[in-house]
Design a protein around this ligand. Structure first.
Ligand SMILES: [Zn+2]
Length: 430
């Protein structure tokens, strides 16, 4: 790990354009930042790394929700109803995957993400059941590619879940603890799958685990209308209200999707300090619907963005879609602007996950990108260009914890993963 002074002729800091900006990296964390001349004086004789004005330095993008193995479903499983996609594609493939397959699939997916500027991935991982071997493989893939990972270790025990994913509460707890100990560098937290795939006892236990071990609790909620209809009929409560009744709605709760919720539930999310991850590309791809991002932001709910089904893991796409969908939903071109979308994909997204990252300011991880600024019109603000016209190939390098983990071309490990993936696909796709 190198301690150094990073000088950027051009940078985005807190969404603002800065010129001749600098930050100090010590132990993988930004310890000082500001105008170059001031920071240089305080930095002493640290070695310097400088980027010229044709490069735009921005914080690494924060992916708040992903199921990386779903890159195997691309193409052949497109254009299905949600039920057919789940039963004929997803559940047809996953029982066949070995830990070795998982390792290579995740190396491929994480390498793609780094090349698209995603420096933090949140993997909502439910390929469990037989033990932690699959999870170990996924976490080794994160370690070997260098991406920062939040590992939302999923718990499932209800009939809705395929038998190979189901565990008892005790086993799920024990195995999550094993991961937290063995992979202490990763942010391993807990994720009861959803109100339909985890029992109420399991959701209560997961929320208690989060409080006891000081971690976050991720949960899919209200992605489709049927969930609310079911919880209302069976338990007399809509999904967010039901989580609250289960003592599973507080500042540790990260609600994934939150599309079909009432105004009352939006207020409840805000009051409890719960966070929401919005997945606008997947919500379009699967025909889910549109989350009321503007309404939730107005209530002060902290939110982030996720690539979920990973059809094309790109946070630039997610930021653009987040903005465009709100404009359509509200029939209002000013509903959610580029600056707000960029915040969701960086600083606010990191806060939603409870991690210190997402901006080039002291206290945050030194996770940043070098973008090619040549395609930005001289008359256009950088953040507008990035959100509405940006492309993943603008990413020329990605740094995580101050170390360069993407150099502008595929690593030999990523090439090996791409080749291995062809063999895996031949074997497991029906
Ligand atoms: Zn999901």
């Amino acid at each position: 790990m190198v301690d150094e002074l990073v000088r950027a002729a051009r940078a985005l800091v807190g969404g603002e354009e800065r010129r001749d900006f600098a930050f100090v990296v010590r132990g993988g964390v930004i310890t000082d930042a500001g105008d170059f001349n001031l920071v240089r004086e305080r930095a002493g004789d640290l070695p310097a790394r400088a980027f010229p004005a044709d490069r735009l330095i921005v914080p690494g993008f924060i992916n708040g929700h992903s199921h990386a193995y779903q890159i195997l479903l691309r193409g052949w499983a497109d254009d299905l109803t949600f039920a057919a996609w789940r039963s004929d594609a997803l559940y047809a493939v996953v029982p066949k995957l070995t830990p070795d397959d998982i390792y290579w699939i995740f190396v491929a997916a994480f390498s793609e993400m780094l090349a698209a500027g995603i420096t933090t991935v949140t993997e909502f991982f439910y390929l469990n059941g037989a033990g932690n071997a699959h999870a170990h493989a996924a976490l080794r893939a994160a370690e070997d590619t260098g991406i920062r990972i939040v590992f939302a270790r999923t718990w499932m025990d209800a009939d809705y879940a395929p038998p190979q994913f189901r565990e008892s509460i005790d086993l799920a707890r024990e195995r999550t603890l094993e991961l937290r100990e063995r992979f202490s560098w990763a942010n391993v937290c807990v994720a009861p799958h959803s109100l339909h795939a985890a029992s109420h006892e399991m959701i209560r236990a997961a929320a208690a685990f989060a409080r006891e071990h000081d971690c976050m609790m991720h949960v899919h909620v209200a992605e489709a209308p049927y969930e609310g209809e079911e919880t209302l009929a069976e338990h007399g409560a809509t999904p967010i209200a039901l989580l609250d009744r289960l003592d599973a709605l507080d500042e540790r709760t990260i609600a994934i999707h939150a599309i079909y919720i009432t105004d009352e539930e939006k207020r409840l999310l805000a009051e409890r300090g719960a966070r929401v991850i919005h997945n606008p590309m997947t919500n379009q791809y699967l025909g889910d619907g549109i989350c009321d991002v503007v309404g939730l932001q107005a209530l002060g709910v902290t939110m982030g963005l996720g690539t979920d089904a990973d059809v094309k893991p790109s946070l630039i796409d997610e930021m653009r879609a987040a903005s465009l969908l709100q404009k359509v939903r509200r029939i209002d071109g000013s509903a959610l602007g580029a600056r707000a979308a960029f915040d969701l994909g960086t600083a606010q997204g990191a806060r939603a996950l409870g991690i210190a990252a997402g901006d080039l300011t002291p206290g945050n991880a030194a996770d940043y990108l070098v973008l090619d600024a040549a395609a930005i019109d001289p008359w256009s603000p950088d953040v507008q260009s990035l959100v509405y016209r940006g492309e993943d190939r603008w990413v020329q390098a990605a740094f995580v914890g101050g170390a360069r983990v993407y150099t502008g071309e595929r690593s030999s490990l990523a090439r090996q993963a791409a080749n291995t993936l062809k063999e895996i696909a031949n074997r497991v796709i029906p």
